[in-house]
Write a protein that binds this ligand. Structure first.
Ligand SMILES: Nc1ncc2cc(-c3cccc4ccccc34)c(N3CC[C@@H](N)C3)nc2n1
Length: 448
């Protein structure tokens, strides 16, 4: 593989290209008219404008990306996250055009893209599932039977949903009929697939996910867990590895469960298996993400593995050069996603020019950054500017390093979530490790 095109933008495009370059492989960037001066464009060996600013006219243009790849004799395409990274049709088209897809097979993407198909695939491996029904239900009578059987509160989930989209909490029977109707029509219009299912609502869970790495020689490994409970409206804000609540026994159990989930869909490449973890220390499979995730750097830090390098090696048909026993957790990593949003205005996206943009650096500080001073923050895309990651011997050290790094991160011209990050890392509930997915709702009420 001599040349790889990264079909993405922002921090992840730059981050992926850095590893590709380190491997001695040429890089091709694609960009929209709004990203003409973006860092990932300047960094690449070659760069091609693929259309206008709106994603639908640029980063989501599958055919254009394949056409450019063929023109430049690209050998592989890395999709990053978001955009076309979990689009099975795109994965298929890339392969059909003789280009290596640096990601899982389209079959695995399809199975895990449907929550019901995912449940069906994993249940043969007795993976713990939340009590409920794993078949699509359409009539309220059936829904009522199930709800009575598992007990309220319940969740109605869209099979084609994910990441919190298409989920409705129902607290009592009298709401059920109306909520079912709304859930089905909402799923139909949002995903073109109205199938919904029901689960017991685990009311105050932690969100813990396991990184898996699978090659084409039948090796399936896990690279331990990431704690992702600090979320705002299903958008992760702070992630860390390892989790304070897992002991060796649970870590092994969840890791092995994640490996089985990967095996259930013949997974290849880097993937993430999401669980919820309740107060009784039970974990339940939620969904599998068939892409490299935003928060992958915290896993890279505690394992010393470059996940993008492994994705490229696996795509080249190489066997993993390490076994499960070679892997262990060293240190503690924290990640803060830095968004151009105003935490005092309900996290409204903040646009404008980065008049000042001075970033922290130093030992144990990593900044996966998509911007430079003087750049405009475009309105067309996810408003994440960068990911600030710190790595310490202990969790306490990683937190202290994070607080210092936040103080050295000077941004003028847009509001950012840096002050919100400071709030989290200074909060006793966070510092003690005693938090769940309701942390932000429970503790963060910005003084007006
Ligand atoms: N049966 C059951 N009970 C509790 C759950 C809790 C979550 C969840 C996970 C992570 C953060 C959340 C924030 C608010 C509400 C829910 C969550 C959840 N998610 C969120 C997005 C997707 N990964 C599935 N599914 C759940 N399912």
């Amino acid at each position: 593989m001599k040349k790889i095109l990264v079909a993405n933008r922002g921090e992840i495009a730059l981050r992926v290209m850095k590893t590709i370059k380190k491997m001695g492989i040429a890089t091709v960037a694609v960009f929209s008219e709004a990203d003409r001066n973006a860092p990932h464009v300047k960094f690449a060996d070659e760069a091609v404008c693929i259309g206008k600013a709106p994603s639908s006219e640029s980063y989501l243009r599958a055919d254009k990306i394949i056409e450019v790849s063929k023109e430049l004799s690209v050998d592989g395409i890395h999709p990053g996250y978001g955009f076309l990274s979990e689009n099975a049709d795109f994965a298929r088209k890339v392969e059909e055009n003789g280009i290596t897809w640096i990601g899982p097979g389209s079959k695995a993407i399809e199975i895990m893209g449907s929550k019901l198909a995912a449940k069906d695939a994993v249940k043969k491996y007795d993976i713990p599932l939340v009590p409920g029904i794993d078949k699509a239900i359409t009539d309220t009578k059936k829904a009522r039977e199930i709800a009575q059987d598992i007990g309220f509160p319940i969740l109605i989930k869209a099979s084609a949903g994910g990441g919190g989209k298409g989920m409705r909490v129902v607290n009592e029977e009298k709401e059920l009929e109306d909520q079912m109707k709304r859930a089905i029509s909402e799923a139909e219009s949002a995903f073109g697939d109205g199938s919904v299912f029901i689960e017991k609502y685990v009311t105050s869970p932690r969100h813990i996910e396991i990184q898996v790495l699978c090659d084409t020689h039948g090796n399936y490994l896990h690279l331990f867990e990431r704690e992702c409970s600090i979320q705002r409206r299903h958008q992760k804000v702070v992630e860390e590895a390892p989790s304070v609540v897992l002991d060796e026994k649970l870590r092994k159990e969840m890791g092995e469960a994640a490996v089985k989930v990967a095996q259930s869909c013949d997974y290849v490449g880097a993937g993430t298996v999401e669980f919820i973890f309740d107060e009784n220390r039970n974990f339940y499979f939620l969904e599998m993400n068939t892409r490299l995730q935003v928060e992958h750097p915290v896993t890279e830090y505690i394992t010393g593995i470059d996940l993008v390098e492994q994705q490229v090696r696996i795509a080249r048909g190489e066997e993993l050069s390490f076994s499960q026993d070679d892997l262990s957790i060293k240190g503690h990593a924290m990640e803060l996603r830095v968004y151009a949003e105003d935490p005092l205005e309900d996290f409204m996206p903040s646009t404008g020019k980065l008049v000042k943009y001075e970033t922290p650096s130093g030992n144990g500080i990593r900044l996966d950054n998509g911007f430079e001073e003087g750049m405009e923050v475009p309105i067309y895309y996810d408003p994440m500017l960068a990911k600030l990651i710190t790595y310490g011997k202990t969790r306490e050290e990683a937190i202290e390093m994070m607080l210092e790094a936040i103080d050295d991160y000077l941004v003028e011209g847009v509001s950012t979530t840096l002050p919100f990050g400071k709030f989290v890392f200074q909060h006793d509930a966070f510092r003690s490790g005693d938090f769940n997915t309701h942390f932000v709702k429970e503790y963060y009420s910005p003084e007006a």
